[in-house]
Design a protein around this ligand. Structure first.
Ligand code: UTP
Length: 253
């Protein structure tokens, strides 16, 4: 399989340590035995800190983004260091470079590409461009919820969504100030237009990525609706929010 994995800076480098990069490298080496891998690393807290200082110094938003991109590439370089010879030696700067780099047969690791979006979108565009069979978004929460579970205890997790439903949820979530959507809107739209099978999962443990590739995961899968024989209902007979495929109408945002 050809797989693109987006690893949030928030999981890879929350507290910068060699151990996290080593454990990710071990899992990716295991996966690379049978799969072609492209990894996109996020910037995490360090990117936010640098962007915050740049903003205070009067930098425009595009400049802040360019600074964020540099941080994502630093994390890519650390992961390349942890992977050693198994990784392509440089983070590609764009999608064509990434595709070319993969002809080396090595794991390709890259960060951001251009201002105006996040590495979620980079990984979705890369998955589209290289014709990936699977996109995995390894993030700091274990799936897509009806609202931010870190702020709302009543938030419910979706086991599965269609790309259209994902867009609805991301749009509703992003309308709330300070809300943190596990996938950004551009990424959701790319996933929809190319119908890229996507799994959003908790990346704290890199073993979750191996499990997802083997078909076992506790995250949220995004794929086109399949015919389901059993529809999940609550006591009132309405579709429930946290199971299977259903309308997102009435969910708790
Ligand atoms: P991230 O994609 O890492 O953002 O890029 P994030 O939402 O903070 O993700 P986590 O926490 O790592 O999961 C960091 C910043 O870099 C800029 C944006 O400013 C983004 O917020 N960036 C990144 C771009 O402008 N373009 C890119 O292609 C990637």
């Amino acid at each position: 399989m050809k797989i693109v994995v987006s690893v949030g800076g928030s999981v890879l480098a929350r507290a910068l340590s060699p151990e996290k990069f080593k454990s990710y490298a071990a899992a990716l080496l295991e996966l690379s035995k049978k799969n072609t891998l492209f990894i996109v690393t996020g910037g995490g807290q360090a990117a936010r800190d640098y962007i915050g200082v740049a903003r205070e110094l009067g930098s425009d938003e595009a400049t802040c983004d360019l600074i964020g991109i540099q941080l994502t590439r630093l994390n890519a370089r650390l992961l390349i260091a942890a992977l050693g010879e198994a990784a392509y030696h440089e983070p590609p700067l764009n999608y064509t470079e990434a595709k070319n780099a993969s002809t080396s047969g090595k794991i390709v690791v890259m960060g951001g590409v251009s201002p105006g979006h996040t590495t979620d979108a980079v990984s979705a565009i890369l998955a589209e461009y290289v014709g990936a069979d699977l996109l995995i978004n390894a993030t700091s929460i274990d799936g897509v919820y009806t609202s931010d579970p870190k702020k709302n205890k009543g938030a419910k997790k979706f086991d599965a969504l269609t790309p259209k439903q994902l867009i609805e949820i991301v749009m509703k979530t992003e309308m709330v100030a300070g809300a943190n959507s596990p996938i950004d809107l551009l990424a959701a739209k790319i996933i929809e237009r190319s119908n890229i099978r996507t799994i959003v999962l908790n990346g704290e443990s890199p073993g979750n990525i191996i499990d997802a590739v083997k078909g076992r995961h506790a995250g949220t899968v995004i794929e086109t609706k399949k015919k389901s024989s059993k529809k999940d209902k609550d006591d009132t007979g309405k579709d429930t929010c946290n199971l299977g495929y259903f309308s997102t109408e009435g969910c708790d945002y």
